[in-house]
Design a binder for this molecule. Structure first.
Ligand SMILES: Nc1ncnc2c1ncn2[C@@H]1O[C@H](COP(=O)(O)OP(=O)(O)OP(=O)(O)O)[C@@H](O)[C@H]1O
Length: 227
């Protein structure tokens, strides 16, 4: 059972989450009642051994997969109760997602990649986009395509795209996993600065104890539970 939550409503409240992958050959139980809360404006590092289920948990929170049991409340929304359309709308309007593989759209320029989510969410704000461009140092790259960028540059675009809608929660899965240490530090410094400016909550999967220590709190996923 989860530790009872204090009266203040958290931005993200995961309670007793269970998940088993089933195939004809095997069952892999990954989450056995995981609990996690992230307060408004709080930054939390999700750590754990390879295969412990960090990405699974992040995908469930983002509504990219469905849990077997338990609850995921994002602000006042019960994510586990949403149908496919509701979960897609949640990702579009209220979540920022950043992955290790950058996931930019190859046929769009940097400028159009940056504006992609905010445009489809109907929340494009030119002033905020200009500020993102400045703070992420993307001014000279706006007409380039993703294949013409370095890994660090691509990830800066991905972070800008995710924050363009000013989401209440930013989820990142090993965002610097494909970058060298110096570039990782540079990208994380920029991300932390922008996260502070937007006031969003931040949940980041990372293998790096060094980067985890730069966030407000670290939690460990082990044997299907979070401590
Ligand atoms: N779609 C799937 N079908 C079956 N098993 C899966 C699926 N996705 C993940 N798994 C299994 O679930 C377990 C947890 O995987 P997950 O990717 O969540 O771990 P992780 O902690 O993020 O690992 P890593 O740090 O290596 O990225 C692993 O044993 C993995 O093989």
């Amino acid at each position: 059972m989860c530790v009872p939550t204090p009266s203040k409503a958290p931005m993200l409240d995961v309670q007793n989450l269970t998940k088993t992958y089933r195939s004809a050959q095997e069952r892999i139980t990954v989450l056995r009642g995981a609990c996690l809360r992230v307060d408004a404006g709080e930054s939390v590092a999700l750590t754990g051994e390879s295969g412990s289920g960090k990405s699974t948990l992040l995908h469930l929170i983002a509504g990219l997969d469905q849990a077997d049991g338990g609850s995921i409340r994002l602000n006042e929304t019960e994510v586990t109760a949403l149908a496919d359309r509701g979960r897609a709308a949640l990702r579009r309007d209220r979540l920022g997602l950043v992955f290790q593989q950058f996931n930019l759209i190859p046929s769009l320029t940097v400028a159009d990649n940056l504006a992609f989510q905010s445009r489809i969410a109907g929340r494009h704000n030119s002033q905020w986009q200009s500020e993102l461009v400045d703070r992420l140092g993307l001014g000279d790259l706006l007409n380039r395509y993703p294949e013409q960028l370095s890994g660090g540059q691509q990830q800066r675009v991905a972070i800008g795209r995710a924050l363009a809608v000013r989401p209440p929660l930013l989820l990142a899965d090993e965002p610097t996993g494909n970058l060298d240490e110096a570039t990782a530090d540079e990208v994380m410094d920029l991300a932390r600065d922008l996260i502070k400016r937007t006031g969003c909550s931040f949940l980041m999967v990372t293998h790096s104890a060094r980067l985890a220590a730069t966030l407000d709190r670290q939690v460990l996923l082990s044997a299907g539970l979070i401590s």
